[in-house]
Design a protein around this ligand. Structure first.
Ligand code: PLP
Length: 378
């Protein structure tokens, strides 16, 4: 098997699983209990929070553990909207966000929010001038993803943060694709709220976190016990939290070395596809791009058909977003980037990791080349 779908999810590393294991059957105490077994879990939580905070230049009490990226996005948007009602109801986001953001925005519109969806250019990049013009006196929140999951484009987060800061507007970023893959410094980038998810950086599924700047007053998301300082109730997922911290630590320690390798492999793959497959159109930005992210549209084919044929050759890839599988329409991200509907249907995303080999990439190009030719011949 050749796994080229790391933007959908990543392999939980054996050392991460090993760190988690004792917290299932050995140290299974509830972190809220007063006896030794409970405080063992509590200690693990404290350490995990410090580890995660350290990777983004935050304080431990600014990290809230959640059940993943989707929950963090929901919390950030809904709570910011609820908490800022006295100031206004206007939110600025983009047309290329993940559905965890877009569908939450749709829900908030039903609740009375006014939302501006920023355009992107052909590379998937937002326009900072358009952002500035969209700001109104009642704007309460700007939410722009750090990097796009379908086309890999990295947005100018630090500049967006500066603009939000100058206007006294909260800034949230969905950093689910970026965390563990790109450097993040919340203070320097003027980020007030940041979402991340464990399974996108070799951690376990079902655990993520929301960074909330200590100056930001955000209403609780899950009501119940006093866990997560009363803002996200429910007995803590100690094994998952230990796992996400182990993955975070490892991801941040070897980030430079790993992403240098991934960028080299990415550019090799892009170059081979562009030279060997005719009418291949790279989607997303060529350089401001996630390290392991390759995405193309191939004219005259259906992406889904190519994926099935790739799967028959043992290659795992995607047409853009795992979350839109089953949705027959072309991707909202590609349409926003101005890709014509017919061409957008032929999208293929290959997202590699440093665990892939050059030999695997060669095999993938050869398989893809044959499949595209075959489909075009039909
Ligand atoms: C995967 C992803 C999410 C959702 O995260 P989950 O942990 O799977 O809920 C949100 N935003 C982006 C950009 C993603 O890639």
């Amino acid at each position: 098997m050749i796994y080229l779908d790391n933007a959908a999810t990543t392999r939980t590393l054996p050392e991460v699983v090993e760190a988690m294991l004792p917290y299932f059957s050995e140290y299974y105490g509830n972190a809220g209990s007063i006896y030794g077994l409970g405080s063992r879990s509590k200690k693990a939580l404290i350490m995990a929070r410090e580890t995660i905070a350290g990777t983004i230049g935050a304080q431990a009490n600014e990290i809230y553990f959640t059940a993943g990226g989707t929950e963090s996005d929901n919390w950030a948007l809904k709570a910011a909207y609820e908490s800022c009602q006295n100031k206004g109801r206007h939110i600025i986001t983009t047309k290329i966000e993940h559905h965890a953001i877009l569908h939450t925005c749709k829900y908030l519109e039903e609740c009375g929010a006014r939302i501006t969806y920023l355009d992107v250019d052909k590379d998937g990049m937002i326009d900072l001038e358009q952002l500035k013009k969209a700001i109104r006196p009642d704007t309460i929140l700007i939410s722009v993803m750090y990097a796009n999951n379908e086309i890999g484009t990295i947005e100018p987060i630090e500049k967006i943060g500066e603009i939000a800061d100058e206007h006294g507007i909260l800034f949230h970023t969905d950093a689910v694709q970026a965390y563990g893959h790109l450097p993040i410094a919340v203070e320097k980038m003027h980020i007030d709220l940041l979402s991340a998810s464990g399974h996108k950086f070799n951690g376990p599924k079902g655990v993520g976190f929301l960074y909330v700047n200590r100056k930001t007053k955000l209403s609780p998301f899950v009501h119940g016990g006093r866990q997560e300082r009363g803002r996200r109730a429910g007995t803590e997922n100690v094994p998952g939290i230990v796992g996400i911290a182990a993955a975070a630590e490892r991801a941040s320690l070897c980030m430079e070395e790993r992403t240098t390798t991934e960028c080299r492999m990415r550019d090799y793959l892009i170059d081979r596809i562009e030279t060997e497959i005719p009418e291949a159109r790279l989607t997303g930005h060529r350089t401001m791009r996630l390290p392991g992210h390759v995405s193309f549209c191939f004219e005259g084919i259906q992406g889904e058909s190519a994926l099935i044929m790739l799967d028959m050759q043992g290659i795992c890839a995607s047409s853009g977003s795992a979350c839109t599988t089953g949705d027959p329409g072309p991707s909202h991200v590609l349409l926003a980037a101005g890709v014509p509907e017919e061409i957008a249907r032929g999208s293929i995303r290959l997202t590699l990791s440093a665990e892939n080999t050059m030999e695997e990439l060669d095999m993938a190009v050869e398989a893809l080349s044959g499949i595209v030719e075959k489909l075009r011949g039909i």
